[in-house]
Design a binder for this molecule. Structure first.
Ligand code: BGC
Length: 759
């Protein structure tokens, strides 16, 4: 745990994004006394709530004590006031119930604060603004959600009135409105996110001198209404993804850069860097850049080099610019420099052509802009491609069945929409032939014989009766006694018969911010996914997850239910904090880093939640209506990148339906795209108690629909052996609506994963 926490502290410092720093307001000067305002200085939000954050920790740092521990002098009267006040007004937890903790907490009345006195002792006010976030609870457009509360505004206003320097630090799960920065003329602004249990220390590190080196992985727009999805986010039963591929900066940079307050990739530092490009070359389908970074300021720091591609005009509308690769330097002292070699495959320039059903790269002149954020053009290099290339031929999968229009561009300042290609008619349910393995009965082959290479997996499978196979396709939980206490699931040896065949019961638990044990067992809480991504440091993220992998081994957990790779389609999604970014490459690269970290310890992770799971409201039934192109280019793209950059053995489908079919039983997504097109051959599990089937007729019992679609395991039953969830696997086998081959195919995927695990 200690090792995880050391890396987590580094990430909590490296993920801090500084957006303003007028007149070098930061770092705090030696001996500079501060007035610390806002209850979250004590009630620090270390992580999200719900499955993705509720890690039991041995301790949690907070901002006030960490600053003091690191030698910062805070105004004593204010400190006493907040200590007493927070004790008397404890955090409202919503009764500890799932999804009921308010997103913001009450702040003291401003008139009661001893501000005038504090201002006599200190020139600098540091105001902490906090939000929590969690599963099954979206944020909202209003005070306490996207906007500041009246009390938070009053605190900033008073800070401005009484103090020479005002620093705002945002202890939040995701981006919020920033209009107040200008209104109150704030000197320095830092997103400190939710930094895990060591987060307070990291804040102290940065305020006292470690140069911030985090960069935004989302665009901060001037107004919420400027986000392209804002008009199509609030449906009760469905949301049309009308912005299509124009998510985040892909929209803003292409159509309306003036609506951006802080661009994607942006973040300030205490020092200055100069980026220059030395060369570009192409060989074997890869582009290679040599980039030099020099620290030309007076302090040590790290810089992030971001490479974006500007494609030539193409046959379909395309975003003006897209991130293709990035790299971070080591710490460079004043005058220090580093050459980074940045390499990426040509396929990263591709787009999905939904007229000819292929992933393609067009010929023409590509410009690579290299800089500190999506707007910075420190240098540019061009590369001419002389012929069109089809990277992958695809089949049409995942198209919506109901007509709607999508954005294709702007004309005279007005958006222009076009009809989304839809399926002509609802096809008969798609299925893929699954060869049947003939039942042999028990021939004495144990699973370990397969693991040791002494027997073939098919021969092992042939011994299992339908009842055993159906049982194997059920996860047990939560807190199954077949594995260590407090986990999300046990799977594999979930019946005595399966155990007799030597199938072990293995454990999976949440994820992604650390190990969540429901029985109170402790683990390390690391920064939220968004913050990890804001480090732009793949190596560090890999290290954190390899440490988490170490904790898994110590705790007898084989599978981490994370990381989350959903795209930040809209800033109000309640689980954005678990996810990395609005950008598919950033999300995929971070997911790959996390996977590689876990893999290095012989344990595995699960990428979740597939697909287009972008809102928590009515999450089990809210239909995401999205084009085939946006699915490939945006929402499933992180999986494609993770598969390209690491080894991925397990995926979790989402709660929501996509284009009318629940994710866990969505053939087009699971088999059509992920398995057949992207080549994924691992295990696909459902989310916990998810509905299966088509919208309108979906149920938790329809496991036959999951199995026909290419899914493998249903999560979760309280007793797998007794089919406590009442699934229809065996009934469907009997009536012929499910084939034995389909059931065996799923069982095989589950066993392949188990064989591969260290148990
Ligand atoms: C969440 C998953 C999580 C699972 C197990 C579900 O509610 O959506 O992300 O892994 O619970 O805790």
């Amino acid at each position: 745990m200690k090792m995880t926490l050391a890396a987590a502290r580094q990430a909590a410092a490296e993920g801090i994004v500084m957006l303003e720093n007028k007149n070098n307001a930061l770092p705090l000067k030696r001996g500079e006394k501060i007035a610390l305002l806002g209850r979250c200085q004590i009630d620090y939000n270390a992580g999200g709530t719900g499955s993705g954050g509720s890690v039991n920790t041995e301790y949690k740092t907070d901002i006030l004590s960490s600053l003091k521990r690191n030698g910062v002098e805070t105004d004593e009267k204010l400190e006493k006031f907040y200590t007493r006040w927070t004790r008397r007004h404890p955090i409202e937890t919503g009764g500890g119930m799932w999804a009921s903790r308010p997103l913001f907490q009450r702040e003291p009345e401003i008139l009661k604060l001893p501000l005038r006195r504090a201002a006599k002792n200190a020139d600098t006010a540091v105001v902490v603004i906090g939000r929590s976030s969690g599963e099954e609870q979206d944020s909202y457009f209003g005070p306490g959600g996207w906007l500041l509360t009246e009390a938070e505004r009053a605190t900033l206003k008073a800070a401005r009135k009484y103090f020479k320097k005002v620093i705002a630090i945002l202890n939040v799960p995701g981006v919020i409105d920033m209009g107040w920065v200008g209104e109150f003329d704030i000197d320095a602004v830092l997103y400190i996110w939710q930094g895990g249990q060591e987060g307070g220390e990291a804040v102290a590190d940065v305020l006292t001198g470690i140069s911030p080196c985090g960069r935004l992985t989302d665009t901060i727009a001037v107004r919420y209404a400027d986000y392209p999805s804002s008009a199509d986010f609030g449906g009760d039963d469905r949301n049309f993804y009308r912005e299509d591929i124009f998510v985040g900066y892909r929209y803003f940079e292409t159509f309306c850069p003036e609506k951006v307050m802080y661009p994607f990739g942006f973040g300030l530092s205490y020092t200055e860097f100069e980026i220059s490009c030395n060369s570009v070359s192409m060989s074997g389908g890869s582009v290679s850049l040599r980039v030099n970074v020099k620290n030309i300021g007076g302090t040590s720091g790290k810089e992030v080099v971001q490479v974006y591609a500007v494609p030539p005009k193409s046959r379909l509308p395309r975003p003006e610019i897209a991130l293709v690769e990035f790299a971070k330097t080591e710490t460079l002292g004043p005058g220090g420099s580093e050459e980074l070699v940045i390499k990426f495959p040509l396929s990263r320039l591709s787009y999905y052509d939904d007229k000819n059903f292929c992933l393609r790269v067009d010929k023409g002149l590509y410009k690579f802009v290299i800089g500190k954020n999506v707007r910075d053009r420190s240098c540019a290099i061009s590369l001419e491609l002389y012929k069109d290339e089809v990277i992958r031929k695809c089949k049409s999968f995942g198209a919506p069945t109901e007509p709607f229009e999508r954005l294709r561009g702007f004309k005279n300042g007005e958006p222009v929409y076009e009809p989304v290609p839809v399926r002509a008619s609802e096809p008969a349910e798609r299925r893929k032939p699954a060869p049947e393995i003939e039942f042999t009965g028990d021939r004495g082959i144990k699973l370990n014989d397969v693991k040791l290479g002494k027997a073939a997996l098919d021969d092992f499978l042939a011994q299992l009766a339908s009842e055993d196979l159906a049982c194997l396709c059920r996860g047990e939980g939560m807190g199954s006694s077949r594995v260590r206490p407090g986990t999300g699931t046990a799977f594999g040896g979930v019946s005595d018969r399966l155990l007799d065949f030597g199938v072990p019961a293995v454990a999976g638990t949440d994820g992604p911010s650390g190990l969540r044990f429901d029985n109170g067992d402790k683990a390390a809480l690391v920064p939220i996914g968004t913050m990890l991504a804001c480090t732009w440091n793949k190596r560090l993220v890999q290290e954190i997850y390899s440490r988490i992998g170490g904790e898994m081994l110590e705790n007898h957990v084989e599978l981490l239910l994370g990381p989350g790779v959903n795209i930040h389609r809209n800033p109000l999604c309640g689980r954005n904090f678990e996810y990395f970014s609005e950008d598919p490459y950033m999300s995929g690269a971070m997911a790959a880093a996390a996977m590689s970290g876990l893999n290095s310890k012989g344990v595995r992770g699960v990428l979740k939640h597939i697909a287009a799971n972008n809102r928590e409201h009515n999450r089990k039934r809210l239909n995401s209506v999205v084009s085939e192109r946006a699915l490939r280019e945006i929402y499933l793209k992180p999986i494609e990148y993770a598969l390209e950059l690491s080894e991925v053995k397990a995926l979790m489908t989402a709660y929501n339906p996509v284009n009318g079919v629940q994710s866990g039983s969505n053939y087009d997504i699971i088999t059509g795209i992920i398995r057949d097109e992207l080549g994924f051959d691992g295990m696909v599990m459902t989310d916990w108690w998810a509905y299966l089937g088509k919208c309108g007729g979906a149920s938790t019992k329809n496991t036959a629909a999951m199995l026909r679609a290419g899914g493998d395991i249903y999560m979760v039953h309280s007793s797998a052996a007794n089919n406590s969830g009442g699934d229809n696997t065996l009934v469907s086998l009997k009536d012929g609506s499910l084939s034995l081959g389909e059931l065996q195919r799923a069982a095989k995927n589950i066993l392949k994963l188990i064989i591969d695990l260290k148990y």
